[in-house]
Design a protein around this ligand. Structure first.
Ligand code: G6Q
Length: 540
């Protein structure tokens, strides 16, 4: 394969960018009445309007040519076939198998993994049904009403995001809390006011060795045993989700409450594996399966839809367009739904941990930009804070905006207000406000320069009928596959995370240096030594 920046499509895109970089969306729309229709696509219940992007038909043609030259669909097929495309860890990448319908066949090393997936799903469903009905009780015979998920990174962000997103579908008589941070305040606040006799802890950890999670799990055990007065209580108040079953057994969690998954599921791609146990306990097995069906519908769309009508392909290529040709450093994600408050944080990990790499699959340092910085907030909150910079700042910030046609609350009029804001913002970002328009509105001379909105700020608009389990699954899969497309173009391993592994090891050197009583001599750099010394002095 030719080096990315020397490839014909890349070269052509560079020349094309020079030609159209100043074209304004006002002109692009005025010149092409069919633009909104032409630059839109639909799949798995999601509608994507990408017409408010700084592209022409030629841009799209060249981006699709780039995908072709980079072998994106070939790599996609290799992923779906269970090939070990995570080369630095020599692992298959098969989150698509987590939502494959019963009876389909996906092989890793010659063995079909789909029956195992459904075995675990059935066990989770059985556990969830017993717990939700009250048949599974705690140590004292009381019904479990509180669920505390202990996990971090990929074992936390998905479950918390999904719980918040699908709360209207959850059992409202139950309380769900999430402990991730090793800061004791996180555990303390999450368990404050809970009756231990009614509380289940789910220890979610792929490796079952992560410092934060193991520390919080030990704290949880001490908290529970302290409150209920017996070690035997652990069996009835702990569940585990992990690929490390020996580790779980050693911790003392009942194998009957233990749910496994596999090394071909990356942490940030695991919210629909057993890591989603808290989600299933909240919304029930049927809703959980509906969410998996949504994921699967998008998997099918990505696998079969022609590239020009393929949502993840389009979204991924547009990200590359702004990232590599316009030099945009970030991508904003603005859900117009209070329920999706944690979606930006979830996507931050999904995208930045996957594509924040500076070395390609051959181990060569790349000479082009890879993954952008992802950030965002629910839309109308953002409007009253950072949208000022989006509208009138000096930086180009492409944004994805996400909205739903049906509200989840009975306050229907408020939903119209919310959606009006969504449409208005995308319109204002694209078309801005000219000096002439301001004059016509009677804006005073002295203010006019400050009120001009240049426009030409690109957005993707993702619309769905309603935020329900099916839609959430499709939406998350859309971004998973968009990340895949970007990684394939940049020829990087989107599925390893050596930067995270390093972080896991680093603190272990300093931990004993902070322990009370023994304060060994420090041999770090001068700054770290001074900081540790100051901490020792001030902590009291
Ligand atoms: C995800 C990353 C990372 C991981 C956490 C938790 O892709 O690998 O965020 O999920 O570090 O790891 P464990 O699940 O092993 O505790």
């Amino acid at each position: 394969m030719t080096a990315l920046t020397a490839s014909p499509a890349w070269q052509a895109l560079t020349a094309h960018h020079a030609q159209i970089k100043d074209a304004h969306l006002r002109e692009l729309f005025a010149d092409d009445p069919g633009r909104a229709e032409r630059f839109s696509a639909e799949g798995a219940g999601l509608f994507l309007d990408y017409s408010k992007n700084r592209i022409t038909g030629e841009t799209l043609r060249l981006l699709l040519q780039l995908a072709e030259e980079r072998g994106v669909t070939k790599r996609r097929d290799a992923m779906y076939a269970g090939d070990k495309i995570n080369t630095t860890e020599r692992r298959a990448v098969l989150h698509v198998a987590l939502r494959a319908p019963r009876g389909s066949v996906i092989k890793v090393d010659g063995a079909d993994v789909v029956p195992d997936v459904h075995k675990v799903l059935d066990a989770m469903a059985d556990f969830a049904t017993r717990l939700r009905s009250g048949a599974f009780t705690g140590h004292t015979g009381k019904r479990i009403r509180n669920v505390v998920n202990i996990g971090i990174g990929g074992s936390y962000l998905g479950p918390e995001m999904a719980y918040r997103a699908l709360r209207p579908f959850s059992d409202r008589s139950m309380t769900f809390r999430f402990v991730a941070n090793v800061d004791g305040a996180d555990f303390h606040e999450a368990t404050l006011g809970l009756d231990a006799a009614e509380t289940l802890f789910i220890v979610s950890s792929k490796t079952f060795t992560t410092l934060e999670t193991m520390t919080n799990a030990a704290t949880a055990r001490a908290w529970l045993v302290g409150k209920l007065g017996s070690d035997a209580a652990v069996a009835k108040h702990f569940a585990a989700v992990s690929t490390n079953i020996p580790g779980v057994t050693e911790f003392g969690i009942d194998p009957a409450n233990t749910f496994g998954f596999w090394d071909w599921v990356g942490g940030r791609y695991s919210m629909d594996s057993a890591i989603g146990l808290s989600t299933m306990l909240a919304i029930g097995p049927d809703n959980y399966r509906a969410m998996l069906a949504g994921f699967h519908a998008m998997d099918e769309h990505f696998h079969t839809a022609p590239a020009a009508a393929n949502l993840p392909m389009l979204l991924g290529l547009l990200t590359v367009w702004y990232n590599n040709f316009f030099g945009a450093q970030t991508l904003g994600v603005m859900p117009y739904s209070a329920h999706l408050a944690r979606l930006p944080a979830y996507l931050q990990q999904l995208q930045m941990e996957s594509n924040g790499k500076h070395v390609d699959l051959d181990g060569q340092v790349v000479n082009y930009q890879t993954g952008p910085i992802i950030w965002g907030e629910p839309g109308t909150d953002g409007q009253h804070s950072f949208y000022q910079l989006l509208h009138q700042g000096t930086k180009l910030v492409p944004c994805d905006m996400i909205g739903f046609c049906k509200p989840l609350s009975p306050l229907i009029e408020q939903h119209d207000l919310l959606m009006a804001n969504l449409f208005a913002q995308a319109e204002a970002l694209a078309f801005g406000k000219t000096e002439q328009e301001l004059k016509a509105e009677g804006s005073p001379d002295f203010q006019r320069p400050f009120r001009v909105m240049q426009g030409n700020r690109p957005t993707n608009m993702i619309l769905a009928e309603k935020l329900d389990p099916v839609t959430l699954g499709a939406l998350v899969a859309l971004y998973e596959h968009s990340v895949f497309v970007q990684g394939a173009i940049w020829k990087i391993d989107s599925y390893d995370q050596w930067g995270v592994e390093l972080g896991k090891a680093l603190a272990s050197r300093i931990i004993p240096e902070l322990s009370h009583g023994s304060e060994p001599a420090l041999a770090h750099d001068a700054s770290t030594n001074a900081l540790i010394s100051r901490y020792r002095r001030l902590r009291g």
